[in-house]
Design a protein around this ligand. Sequence first.
Ligand SMILES: O=C(O)C(=O)Cc1c[nH]c2ccccc12
Length: 708
Amino acid sequence: MAERSFAKEVEKLRLADGETFEGEGILAVTKGLLQAGVAYVGGYQGSPISHLMDVFADADPLLRELGVHFEANASEAAAAAMLAASVNYPLRGAVAWKSVVGTNVASDALSNIASGGVTGGALIIVGEDYGEGSSIMQERTHAFAMKSQMWLLDPRPNLPSIVAMVEKGFELSEVSNTPVMLELRVRACHVTGSFVAKDNVRPAMTVGEAAANPKRDTNRIVLPPANFAHEHEKIERRWPAAVNFVRDSHLNEWFGPERDEIGIIVQGGLFNTLNRALELSGLSDGYGSAQLPIYCLNVTYPLVPEEVTTFCRGKKAVLIVEEGQPEFIEHELNTMLRRAGIDTCIVGKDILPRAGEYTGQVLCDGVATFLDKWSPERAPDRSMPAPTDTELAKEVPPRPAGFCTGCPERPIFSAMKLVQRELGELHVSADIGCHLFSILPPFHIGNTTMGYGLGTAGASAFKPAGRRAVAMMGDGGFWHNGLTSGIGNAVFNKDDTVTIIVDNGYSAATGGQDILSSRADNPRRKTKNPIERAVRGMGVNWVRSINRTYDVTAMRDTLKEALTSREAGPKVIVASSECMLNLQRREKPLRARAEKEGRRVVRDRFGIDPETCTGDHACIRLSGCPSLSVRQNPDPLRQDPVTHIDQSCVGCGNCGEVSHAAVLCPSFYRTRIVSNPGAFERLLDSLRRRIIGWFQMQHERAIAARAF
Ligand SMILES: O=C(O)C(=O)Cc1c[nH]c2ccccc12
């Protein structure tokens, strides 16, 4: 069950010619694909395009009606390889993934398809996870475009521009026989707006029809001598064809006055931020009516030399707003101008930061610095305070990201802490996924992370002389590649590593999509393929499955056994409990309906007895649940605040289990909250309240007597 359902919104994908579509960027992309007659779509989820994959999945009935194939690919590599369908056949295909990491994973297939070239349009929608809020290394997809000569679209975050780039992207791909990447930053994925729709177009050829009429052309396969010809073809034919198409179709946009001494060139995806900076500087408005010439690159690769020289000729200086490093576009602009003998000064990373996101504030400062030097009469007043410099920012302590309340992965790390207490500190090779939060407080567990599914591979150099290394792997990473890169590798190399495979039932970190081992019924996919069976099939003999990770004692003992077992070869613990977010998403509405209908509903909550709590908060350090908080000690003779469980508790019981396994204290209790209780239950409740109330009254009197 995905994080968000688009079941209602996908109805908008049926809009016909002339009707107005209103909604989010990712839905607009999908509508654009259907209007362009796409024959197949796929990809692998990951921020910021997870929801695009969810839109595809929810739109599957419509896709089927139109004869469009949708595949939830096993990885980005698998998605890129699927684009092979566009090599020999006039099939338009689109895949989506998170970049730059997904592009790294896909790069084998990508290089192949870029070399051989395509017949049908191939579009790769990359969710560019760069800048503040990103979870990955800060790199640019642009480098991949340049190294393989794949074209890179970076549309202005505006629905008509995004839809146009989808449609034109296919045409560009076909006229230049080259795969095209469409880069969407997180804000473009979720920007809302409207555009005038066109009818959906059934693909002229379906993937089924292509398979029934196979074609081959050895010139399109990367093998000598064709591979050498491909390079020439790229440079001599495909590249010029792309440049001509971008120019003739006016894919890049021009804003502001035609003549000026200065101007700005901007990556399309940054246009809105630049415009906002100009607006704050009194040089534009909310509609993009800039008072400076702007050349907006909706296509950032390849550049169009004639457009660049036309824009720059006669200008003293041009600012290039290009996020990230290295400054590929800036270098190329300089080369182009030099070749054309134009001496316009290109200003870029000499005044704009070399690293970090180009936020509104960064661009405000950059534009001001640019204007100070090149057009001081238009330079804005710089007395504006930075928006983050508020009282609130000073007061609120930074809060590290962490596991959700009730997360079944938390007890795994609590158990690991307990094991470390006995066996000493462990080298833990971490993996991509929710479990990566173990690295941050309060656990401080995890020494490296090498990539998705690569936890076990990341521990493979450690051949234990005494203490075994521990590797983490998520179920998402396991099916993405970890089964071979981690488990297979460890079996073959006779590694002694202990791998904990965290099986929460979903690709939880990417938004709760089903994977092979999901327990959920999925009418379109084959789920319920146990990880343990796959691991055993790979040749691991020592495998233990724990089906309730909240059982901290069992987790601790199994981990200890794995670390000390005499058996040679990899040791694998499959630790399973359902992702609490998904569980709540599924159960909450059912519970609410049952309560409303007057049916008896029981749910668990945990609490802490403030009288028993000593206030040392070891429970918080060992569990880290966000629902564990502190409150004033009710006993006037004890000053330390006591632990308190707030309203967000989902009753997973981890806090109590941890306290029990660590022999901390008996202050945790479980309450059962009964909605719509029966008559007997009510009677019992009032009886209990009276008896307990009597004891409490005695106790309160005793405390009052001690008070000052
Ligand atoms: O959803 C995210 O934010 C992820 O980091 C998950 C992810 C999806 N595909 C990947 C490829 C390499 C590394 C991480 C991911």
